[in-house]
Write a new protein. Structure first.
Length: 154
């Protein structure tokens, strides 16, 4: 499936002003080798987002992961966004190693899109997980995150 990263980026930055505030860069939105929707969002290394040891602040990394997961949701469920509102239900993050410099969050939808849409079409309010890996630009993992989302019908 072809996904226009600039369109997803524009949608996310318009809907989530805080992503603009932190200077997030949308690197990629695509299907991976298994056919799952994946998004990569980058947090540049700027003093305004640093913590007390000079790396990205935990809150900035949380927001980075949540934003990458949101990009997956927008890309995966674009066909139903006219009748639903995506909402994060819960999130869990584990900071594994100290991050320094720019970091990237790679988010991946954990369920087939068709299954989620089928639940929605059956009158249910589906919930689904998006897994996120946070890593340095060199690819060294520094954290992981899971966000549970729902599609609330209008």
């Amino acid at each position: 499936m072809s996904i226009d990263v600039s369109q997803v980026s524009a949608s996310m930055l318009a809907a989530v002003p805080f992503a603009r505030t932190l200077g997030f860069e949308f690197v990629e939105v695509a299907t991976d080798a298994d056919g799952a929707i994946q998004a990569v969002v980058r947090l540049p290394d700027t003093p305004a987002t640093h913590n007390h040891v000079g790396g990205p602040h935990a809150g900035a990394m949380f927001t980075l992961g949540e934003t990458a997961s949101g990009a997956v949701v927008v890309a995966a469920f674009a066909s139903v966004l006219d009748r639903t509102t995506p909402l994060a239900v819960s999130a869990e993050i584990a900071y594994r190693k100290l991050a320094m410099g720019p970091v990237r969050a790679t988010a991946r939808l954990d369920r087939p899109v068709a299954d989620v849409v089928a639940e929605l079409d059956a009158g249910e309010r589906p919930e689904f997980r998006v897994s996120v890996e946070i890593a340095t630009e060199e690819g060294k993992p520094t954290g992981e995150m899971t966000i549970v989302w729902t599609l609330r019908p209008h």
